[in-house]
Structure formats: C-alpha cells, structure tokens
Design a protein around this ligand. Structure first.
Ligand SMILES: Nc1ncnc2c1ncn2[C@@H]1O[C@H](COP(=O)(O)OP(=O)(O)O)[C@@H](O)[C@H]1O
Ligand SMILES: [Mg+2]
Length: 388
C-alpha cells in the first residue's frame, strides 16, 4: 500500500547505501541521492526531509552537516540512520526542530514509520478554530451496518463544503482494529498506547504526529492495529485527543464502536449529533431503537441520536422491510436514509478512498450530501447549545 504521507515528498538522501530504499519503503517519494554540499543549498532548493546515513561519512563531516542544518532558517525534518551513532552528534541533531535517529539494522517498515512520523510532525498545525467546532459521532446499531463507510463519506462531504484547508478531522475510535485507514488506503499513525501517560497531556503539536492527511481538507486520526488497544489507552488519553481535535478543526467526525467503553458517554456528550446507523433487517432496527434509547437515557442531556437507515434498495423486492415497516419496528421515524450501492462501496474500499472520489455519481454520495447539508444547516445541538 503506498504511503499517502510519503508520496511525492522530496527526500534528500546522503549516503549511497540508502539508494535501494527508493524502491522499497520510500517508493512514491521523490528521492535524490546527494552529497553533503547540498545541505547548504537547502534554502534555495527546499526538500521535505533529509535522510543521512551516518555510516557513510566521517565524524567531522557529520558534525559539519548538523551545524549547517542548524543554521538554516527553515530546516526540514532530518532522519539520521546508521550503526554507529556518536552520542554528541545525536544530541546536536535532536536539537533541530524535527529530527529523529534510527539505529541499524532496521526494517523497511521502521524506516518508513520514522519518516512518516517526521513528515507528519513537521506539518504546521491547523489554525486553531474560533472554538465553535462541531463534532458528530457515527456508530453502528449492529456490526456491518455501514458506520465506518458513512463516517468516511460524511467527513468527505463536509470537507468538500469547507472553505479552508484541513478543516475536517475523522477520528477512528475503534482502537483495536479500526478500518477507516484501510478504507481510505492510508497509513494509520496514531500510537496512543506507546505514549502511555504522556498521551493525557497531548497538545496540538503532538496531535500532528498522529495525523494522516487524506486530502487537502480532511485529516485522519486512526490507530495502528493493536489487539489490546482498548485496554492500553486510558480514558483520559482518548478524551484529550478529542478535546485537542475539536480545538484544531472546524469539524470532527467520530467513528465510534458500539460497545460502551469508559470514555464513550463523555465522548458522545461532547458531540452535537449522534448518528446511529442501521441496516434494513428487523434485528438491526430493534437494536437501533434500543441503542438510541440507551444513549439518550445515559447522556440525560436531551440529545436524541438520529437513526440513519443504510443500504436502502431503490425498489423493495423480497423480504426486506419497507421504510414504513422499518419505522414500525423502530417505533419512530428514521431521520435519514442512504441508498444501497454495493459496487460503489466495494470498489471504493478496494481502491482506497471515499466513494465520493471513486464513484461520485453513486446515490450514496447524493444521499450523504443531503444528510450533511441538512444537519449542518440545523443549529448545533451541542453541549454549548443545550446549556444555553
Ligand atoms: N450504502 C451502502 N451500499 C452498499 N454497501 C454498503 C453501504 N454502506 C456500507 N456498505 C458496505 O457494507 C459493509 C460494512 O460496512 P462498514 O462501513 O464496514 O460497517 P460497520 O463500520 O458498521 O461495521 C462494507 O462492505 C461496505 O462497503
Ligand atoms: Mg466499522
């Protein structure tokens, strides 16, 4: 899978032994092998990252290189790799704004991971919003109802309406095996478990290291696969991530697992919409009704989740309940419906990217647009709005 974060990035590599990586972990990047003298020209020929093989150079050359880099007005991220990394050199290197070291031997994956983190961390944090950010949660009544698919399309539709770059953040709260990154063909970068208690003190700059850019408008916060993910990350860390995300982005869309965690209710309480996604089977509809009632009662704030019926067939044949029958099972009206389009959903997931990108004419895209326009136009029902 190409690394979205590395694709097209200009990397200056110093050390001939680095050349093979251009075809491996760094495939897609614009990698150029160069000499130390090119560091002085970085202000004229800017690069996104400098990769130095310490084993290819003598100690004085390396010291001079770090000195040159530290003198630059805008120093790109620097990654130093090698078997023998002198402590003094490393200390000076780590004083640069964005730098890291990787001790040899390392795998291609480790190299790509280190570069990915440096590139993400060096991106300017999105400008803080005026504080009126809106947060919507999307959660499935049953597994496979389409929560992840619709969360991705909603985030994409909001991005398309946005006037400024990086205005939407999609957060995958399925900490063990979230699928948003795979659906988007992106590399998850959030490593909350590795940060331990530090994650609870996360700030906007740290959040950037966890971000995978998906498009100009849309950023993704998704954890790397971790079977123990739910136990490894504290309630405080999850809530802090959400708090900082809401400070940085105009729109925050959450893909929320349906089993309740220590942080679930607080996360939902911070949202101004909760969308419960159901499919058109009687068990799913019954689950949607119970799930929505449970959330409403547990929050006790007056926020009523909206029920979205997914995979509506254009004409009802066979045993699928009609909308009216569905609403009878729900004992209430559904708030919105999304058409079924298996080809568009499957093709987009397989290609990696939103349906709006790969199948813009799909009815799913039109239905999501309608839903997003309606909800965005409605006054925020969020915590602030309800308190008022
Ligand atoms: N409106 C739709 N039409 C056709 N297929 C859909 C639709 N929404 C979701 N799907 C498909 O349903 C399956 C489950 O969707 P997913 O979003 O992973 O569900 P969940 O996150 O609720 O478990 C996926 O194969 C997805 O492509
Ligand atoms: Mg899902």
């Amino acid at each position: 899978m190409p690394n979205a974060n590395i694709k097209g990035r200009r990397i200056l590599a110093l050390g001939a032994a680095l050349a093979p990586h251009a075809k491996g972990p760094l495939a897609g990047a614009e990698m150029e092998l160069g000499g130390m003298e090119q560091l002085a020209e970085l202000s004229a020929v800017p690069r996104d990252l400098v990769l130095i093989d310490a084993d290819a150079w003598e100690a004085p050359e390396l010291a001079a290189a770090v000195k040159t880099l530290s003198g630059l007005k805008a120093c790109p991220p620097v990654l130093l790799v090698g078997e023998s990394l002198p402590a003094g050199l490393v200390r000076n290197l780590l004083r640069l704004p964005d730098s890291d070291v990787l001790e040899a031997p390392f795998t291609g994956e480790q190299l790509a991971g280190a570069i990915h983190a440096l590139l993400a961390a060096s991106q300017p944090a999105p400008q803080a919003t005026s504080g009126d950010s809106r947060c919507w949660a999307v959660t499935g009544a049953v597994g496979g109802a389409g929560a992840t698919t619709l969360a991705i399309e909603i985030a994409t539709a909001l991005g398309a309406r946005a006037r400024k770059e990086r205005s939407v953040c999609l957060v995958d709260l399925n900490l063990a095996d979230g699928a948003t990154a795979a659906y988007l063909g992106a590399q998850p970068a959030m490593r909350l478990a590795d940060f331990g208690q530090a994650a609870e003190r996360l700030d906007a700059a740290m959040l950037q290291a966890f971000i995978t850019p998906v498009s100009k408008q849309l950023d993704l916060l998704a954890g790397v696969r971790d079977p123990g993910g739910f136990d490894a990350v504290s309630r405080e860390a999850v809530l802090r991530v959400l708090e900082v995300a809401c400070e940085c982005y105009d729109w925050v869309i959450l893909d929320v697992p349906r089993h309740r965690r220590a942080w679930t209710l607080e996360a939902l309480a911070g949202c101004d919409e909760v969308l419960v996604i159901s499919e058109l089977t009687v068990p799913a509809l019954l689950a949607a009704r119970s799930y929505s009632d449970e959330i409403e009662a547990a929050l006790g704030t007056g926020l009523k989740p909206r029920i979205v019926l997914n995979r509506l067939a254009s004409r009802m044949f066979g045993p699928a309940p009609s909308m009216t029958e569905a609403e009878r099972a729900l004992q209430r009206k559904a708030d919105a419906g999304v058409s079924s389009d298996w080809e568009a959903a499957a093709a987009s997931a397989n290609l990696g990217g939103p349906i709006a990108q790969h199948r813009p004419k799909s009815k799913i895209v039109k239905d999501i647009q309608t839903l997003v326009e309606r909800l965005a136009a409605a006054p925020a029902r969020g915590p602030g709005a309800r308190a008022a």
